[in-house]
Design a protein around this ligand. Structure first.
Ligand code: BTN
Length: 251
C-alpha cells in the first residue's frame, strides 16, 4: 500500500492549506505530502464559499496526489475521496457515533442530518495528463455543539468525547491510501458502488441548483464519471455540478 502523509508540513495558522500545498506541488513535492493547519485565516470550500473553523478544533489538511491518469479519468475521484474520509473516520470513531456517516453528492459528509466534513479537490493537468491533485479535507472534530451552526456537527458533538486530531488524520490518510490504490489499479466501480450505498437522499426526490438553474428529479444513481443521475419528467439526466437539496416530496 502506498502510505500517505509524508512529508508532513504543520502550521499553527496559515491562510489555507490548499495554497501552501499547491506551492509545494509546483516546487516538485512528492506524492503523499500533506499540509496540516491548526487554523486557517482564509479557508475555502466548494463554490467559492469560505470555510471557517475555531483554532485547533478541526482537521484541516491538504493531501498531494500524483496519479498517472488522463484528466477525464479523475472525475469520479472526489466522490471516492469523500467515501474514504467517511470510512477512515468510522474506523476510528464509528462505535461511538449515533449513526452511520452519510455522503451527500458530490463529496460532503453528513451525520444525523448535519454536515461533519467537506472535501475540496483541485487538480492541475497538462497535455501529458494529471500533474497533481490537491485534496483538501476539513473535518469538524472538537468544535462544541454551541459553536456550530444548526446545519453542522462535529465528532465531539456527536459522541460527547474529545478526539485526537492526529488520530483522525492518520485514520483518514490510511483509508484514503487504500481507496486511492484501488481507484488507480482497478478503476472507480467499487468505490462508486460503496459511495452510492451511503448516499443521502438516494431514490428520493432532490433538486440540484447550479448557477441559477434548477433541475428536479429522483436521485437514482451515479455514473462511472461521478455524475449524478436524475430521473426527471424528460427522462434520465446526468448532472456534473451543483448543490443538492432534498425535495420536493411526492404529493
Ligand atoms: C466544502 O464543503 O465546501 C469543502 C470544504 C473544504 C475545507 C478544507 S479545510 C482544508 C482545506 N483548506 C481549505 O481552505 N479548504 C479545505
Amino acid at each position: 500500500m502506498n502510505r500517505l502523509g509524508l512529508p508532513r508540513h504543520h502550521f499553527a495558522s496559515i491562510p489555507s492549506t490548499m495554497d501552501r500545498l499547491t506551492e509545494l506541488a509546483l516546487q516538485g513535492a512528492p506524492e503523499g505530502t500533506i499540509v496540516v493547519a491548526g487554523e486557517q485565516t482564509a479557508g475555502r470550500g466548494r463554490g467559492g464559499r469560505s470555510w471557517v473553523t475555531p483554532p485547533d478544533a478541526a482537521l484541516l489538511m491538504s493531501v498531494l496526489l500524483r496519479p498517472k491518469l488522463a484528466p477525464e479519468e479523475l472525475s469520479p475521484f472526489p466522490l471516492i475521496a469523500g467515501l474514504a474520509v467517511a470510512e477512515g473516520i468510522e474506523a476510528l470513531v464509528g462505535a461511538s457515533l449515533p449513526a452511520r456517516i452519510d455522503l451527500k453528492w458530490p463529496n460532503d459528509l453528513f451525520c444525523t442530518g448535519r454536515k461533519l466534513c467537506g472535501v475540496l479537490m483541485q487538480a492541475r493537468s497538462s497535455r501529458g495528463g494529471v500533474e497533481f491533485v490537491n485534496l483538501g479535507i476539513g473535518v469538524n472534530i472538537n468544535t462544541p455543539r454551541e459553536s456550530l451552526p444548526d446545519t453542522a456537527t462535529s465528532l465531539a458533538a456527536l459522541t460527547d468525547t474529545t478526539w485526537s486530531l492526529e488520530a483522525v488524520e492518520r485514520a483518514v490518510l490510511d483509508r484514503l491510501a487504500d481507496r486511492y490504490d484501488d481507484f488507480r489499479t482497478a478503476g472507480p466501480a467499487a468505490g462508486l458502488a460503496a459511495w452510492f450505498e451511503r448516499a443521502l437522499y438516494r431514490n428520493e426526490n432532490v433538486r440540484i441548483e447550479n448557477v441559477g438553474t434548477v433541475v428536479s428529479g429522483c436521485f437514482i444513481g451515479v455514473t462511472a464519471t461521478g455524475a449524478l443521475q436524475l430521473r426527471t419528467e424528460a427522462g434520465i439526466e446526468e448532472i456534473v455540478a451543483g448543490d443538492l437539496t432534498r425535495g420536493p416530496r411526492p404529493l
